[in-house]
Design a protein around this ligand. Structure first.
Ligand code: PHE
Length: 355
């Protein structure tokens, strides 16, 4: 009996030490191995006096369970500690180091198109689009510019085939035709996009951008045109007052036709829009010619309206102080970084166009 107690005490103190797995396995086999101390105690049972035997056996079993539980607990503890240590050592850092993040910029022309669309959408215009490759009919004939009309020469057209049936559109006006052919009046649209003419210098590029405007309804007159353009220019340049003048002009698809100049002055080399005594031409416009309406099956005795075509690149140059049109299309990253816009800065009339 006292042998058992001693055994228990001895091993309890051993198990309280810091042990590694092989040490504890050693203890395990010292106790429960074939010739282990606990095993030999069991073998002793038969030799114990009968009166003592039951008690001895039951005590032995209790001590055996106690020690076994303790050993299992220890083994568990050690294994857990080993796994944790291993995990700690083998830890892979899957986070990426912070890298400089270069965000792209929005091209001033794209930004200007967004601004223009935002301004016109406020007064009920929707946005239409047409293809860059047009047919001769939409670009000229339907716009009351028949074959051999002198205006065709003025457009320096890029033709795409021998028969001159396909071309790169010379203006956004063919979108007027496309819009009116596919729907019924009234129409109130703008159509921004690329246009092409064989022309290139500081203020002309063979590819440039226009925005077309078309408003057809009952009783639309030149006063509406003036009011609309005046509103647009003021909103676009973010000025209270603007000096504008309508000069008589000629386009085959409008009658009467006008070109619009806006007043500006140069102060310290900077263009100030809206004041001053200098004039800058920015758009062509007029009342849509009855022949154009007839070509798209709109009755000109019932419906009439105005159209305009604005040079977008020129507006962008004026607003953002860019003085060579060609730099728009150089694809120079440094230039874009300087003149470009933050992609999240989407222009709206409500938030301000060019904060
Ligand atoms: N399409 C004309 C041009 O490119 C501009 C314009 C559009 C004029 C609509 C009048 C009406 O010069």
């Amino acid at each position: 009996m006292s042998d058992l107690k001693k055994l228990k005490e001895e091993f309890l103190s051993k198990l309280n030490n810091k042990l590694n797995l092989s040490e504890i396995n050693q203890i395990k086999s010292d106790l429960f191995g074939k010739n282990g101390l606990v095993s030999s105690q069991f073998k002793k049972i038969g030799t114990i006096a009968e009166s003592e035997r039951k008690k001895f056996a039951s005590n032995l079993n209790i001590i055996k369970d106690e020690l076994q539980n303790l050993i299992n607990l220890k083994i568990n503890e050690i294994e857990n500690a080993e796994i944790n240590e291993k995990l700690q050592k083998e830890k892979v850092d899957i986070t990426l180091p912070e890298r400089p993040f270069l965000r792209g910029k929005i091209h001033p022309v794209s930004q200007t198109i967004d601004e223009i669309s935002s301004i016109f959408s406020e007064i009920g215009f929707s946005v239409e689009e047409g293809p860059d490759v047009e047919n001769e009919y939409n670009n000229f004939t339907a716009l009351n510019t028949p074959d051999n009309h002198p205006a065709r020469d003025m457009h320096d057209t890029f033709y795409l085939d021998e028969k001159k049936e396909k071309l790169l559109r010379t203006h956004t006006s063919p979108v007027q035709i496309r819009t009116m052919l596919k729907d019924k009046p009234p129409f109130k649209i703008i159509a921004p996009g690329r246009t092409y003419r064989s022309d290139s210098d500081q203020t002309h590029s063979p590819m440039f951008h226009q925005v077309e405007g078309l408003h057809i309804d009952k009783n639309i007159n030149m006063g509406h045109l003036k009011g609309c353009l005046n509103y647009f220019i003021k909103e676009f340049f973010e000025v209270e007052k603007i000096r504008m003048r309508f000069r008589p002009s000629h386009f085959p698809f409008t009658e009467p036709s006008a070109e619009v100049d806006i007043g500006y002055e140069v102060q310290d080399g900077k263009i100030i829009i809206g004041e001053g005594d200098q004039w800058l031409e920015i758009l062509g416009c007029g009342m849509v010619h009855p022949n154009v309406l007839k070509n798209v099956k709109v009755d000109p005795t019932k419906f009439q309206g105005y159209a305009f075509g604005i040079g977008i690149d020129r507006l962008a140059m004026l607003k953002y102080g860019i003085n060579d049109l060609r730099s728009f299309f150089d694809c120079d990253y440094r230039w874009l970084n300087h003149f470009g816009f933050d992609p999240l800065d989407v222009p709206t009339n409500y938030r301000g166009l060019s904060r």
